[in-house]
Design a protein around this ligand. Structure first.
Ligand code: HPA
Length: 273
């Protein structure tokens, strides 16, 4: 990780050559949050290729733009397209944009993802507000030399997801009639979906949903002193005793189905922060 601080500064310089837009909130538009981009009144959009240090999105990573604009009238910086470990990116590459968003002035990070539901009472297309996580990726983006200018060597993880934001999101969901659960997200590298035995293990560990993203970005955000809000869209049911083959078409279908309510939840949350 040597030179990380300088790489962040180089990225910030490239962004600042194009826009002086700053925002207190960064958003990672994961699967199911693509529609939020349409709700953002975009002032500037910078392709990842034009920001030094940003990895090149693979075909699978859909769009790759850093958006600067207003959501619900509030300034936000949004990642349209994120990087996953299963695409071959390193933990450093996956989390680097969070460092840049932080260095551009944001102190809050909102993340979304698609995830498998481990609880029988979940329904596909339901939302789960993340109130804690378990890192089962076998990696950590903070491994390596620590630069104290970026954060502490041993960052605290007693509250990875900001309790006040979780409570606020629950209140909004209730008011808006959005079916939002709350639970623990366990992260894996993928790209294969899990075996029934693995799902059983995750349930026994105390996890409520499983997915292939989010945790590296959240670890780095916490290291950098940000407060975090995360939400999963439940796209398939992972109940080990009646496991059916997962169909990626169904996963995308349910993610899209959840998009309007997720957009509503995030827009209202950003408006109330
Ligand atoms: N497992 C892991 N990641 C996922 C799943 C799943 O079942 N569904 C969507 N992302």
């Amino acid at each position: 990780m040597s030179g990380l601080y300088d790489r962040i500064q180089a990225a910030v310089k490239a962004v600042r050559a194009k826009t002086d837009f700053s925002a207190p909130t960064g958003i990672i538009l994961g699967t199911g949050l693509g529609a939020i981009a349409k709700e953002i009144d975009i002032e500037t959009s910078i392709p990842y290729e034009e920001i030094p240090g940003f990895a090149k999105p693979t075909i699978f990573a859909h769009e790759g733009n850093l958006l600067f604009g207003k959501l619900s009238g509030r300034p936000v910086i949004a990642m349209q397209g994120r990087f996953h470990l299963y695409e071959g990116f390193t933990p450093d590459q996956v989390a680097f944009p969070v460092r840049v968003i932080r260095a551009l002035g944001a102190d809050t990070l909102i993340v979304s993802n698609a995830a498998g539901g481990l609880r029988r009472f979940f329904q596909p297309a339901a939302l789960m507000i993340i109130d804690d996580h378990i890192n089962m990726m076998g990696i950590n983006p903070l491994i390596g030399p620590n630069d104290e200018r970026l954060g502490p060597r041993f960052p605290d993880m007693s509250e990875p997801y900001d309790r006040a934001l979780v409570a606020l999101a629950e209140k909004i969901a209730l008011e808006e009639g959005i079916d939002a659960h709350k639970g623990v997200y366990v992260s894996v590298t993928g790209p294969n979906l899990e075996t029934a035995a693995e799902y059983r293990m995750f349930i026994n560990m105390g996890a409520d949903a499983v997915g292939m993203s989010t945790v590296p970005e959240v670890i780095v955000a916490k290291h950098a002193g940000m407060r975090v809000f995360g939400v999963s869209v439940i796209t398939d049911m992972c109940v080990p005793d009646c496991l059916k083959p997962a169909d990626i078409k169904d996963i995308i279908k349910y993610a899209n189905q959840a998009e309007p309510k997720l957009t509503r939840l995030i827009s209202k949350l950003v408006a109330s922060i």
